[in-house]
Design a binder for this molecule. Sequence first.
Ligand code: ATP
Ligand code: MG
Length: 432
Amino acid sequence: MSQTLAAVKGMNDLLPGEIEIWQHVEGLARELFGRFGYGEIRTPMVEDTALFVRSVGEETDIVGKEMYTFDDKGGRSLSLRPEGTAPAARAYIEHSILNQEPLTRWFYTGPMFRYERMKTGRYRQFYQVGAEAYGSKEPAQDVEVMDMVAQFLQALGLQDIALNLNSLGDEACRPAYHAKLVEYLKAHIEELCGDCHRRMETNPLRVLDCKNPKCQEVAGKGPNVLEFLCEPCKAHFDDVQRKLTALEIKYVVNPRMVRGLDYYTRTVFEFIASHPALGTASTVGGGGRYDKLVKSLGGPDVPAVGFACGLDRLVLLLKEGTRKFGASPDLFIAVADPGSQDTAFTLASKLRREGLRVDFDTRGGSLKSQMKRSDKSGARFTLVLGEQERTSGEAKLKRMADGSLIPVSLSGLAAAVREHSATEVAQRGNAT
Ligand code: ATP
Ligand code: MG
């Protein structure tokens, strides 16, 4: 007997029933980000491994443990993209975008891959929507990006998501903080996990991001990065906060928050949900400023800021709500006798051409089973087509909400369905 094949662990099928939520979220992102002037990019799912090693950082969990890396048949080391910022920066450099425009706003959406320990809200193929703005070092750009995420989450109807904000300083002030942090960590070395012993040497900031509770406790009592900010970084951070307040975006300053990637400078932020459905996978999005990344990848010295939101987690939250997503059919055509099957088939095709969403059972079957299917489909109207309707050209449209019957002629069916849908919507509007 052949073995049943299943999807790869940590990689999910998205099927009708759930996909409507995804389409809603992605559609809303497209529309909203477009309003902010962000244009969509699509980069390949696979990149040179070196891109992620150089940008995300060798010492990060992503590059150290989580990447799907393989050699192609030409012996090149490639990796499935674990995130979208590095590929976007690579494309920005490769297409000399700075020569074409001084300020560039891009967004992307698509699958990312990380070999993680999977649980609710943490998968090996997951989806992100993210955006990057290149060319402005101004606090207004940081705040525009956070505003966009805040408006996105608000438009999705998601509440109880806290914006956590921090500044990691820049090359002028971070060394002093690093030194202090290392000194502090060394004094607490016995309390740290093995990974953190290594991180302490290679990238001490990573210790603050360790998920181990013991390490978190140590990190929580360590030096406060904000006390080390140089004047320009402090001014930047103050202005970011002033502008958030002006836009009435609530935030909390969290000086222990660092982000999982190496490339951030100055502003970093995370949107953290408190809904229990997400368990420990509560961060729905995060981002920050990365003024040195593009240059470090061989591009121009251009400042940038961006974010990425995890769509899987947003969809989990939306599933908890009562809102219904996706459109039901406008009309279900049921056939009363086998002789009407062909006419109904042709009619369904014509109505679809005229723009209606029409369901019709190509298998025919009993009227009872067809009516059952119509009910289940959530169709707004049902039309029963039999010999009498065929010969007279007149039929009755059944409004499924109340069972009322509306006389219609078959030739004007599309218009009638539209007209009565509109009055139904208007009546519903009046009632509320
Ligand atoms: P976490 O701390 O939860 O591991 P992260 O810092 O690794 O998150 P980022 O690299 O900042 O995550 O990615 C941005 C967003 O993408 C996260 O806030 C999260 O919503 C989502 N995300 C990251 N990894 C996964 C995953 N394995 N499965 C589902 N969503 C993910
Ligand atoms: Mg992670």
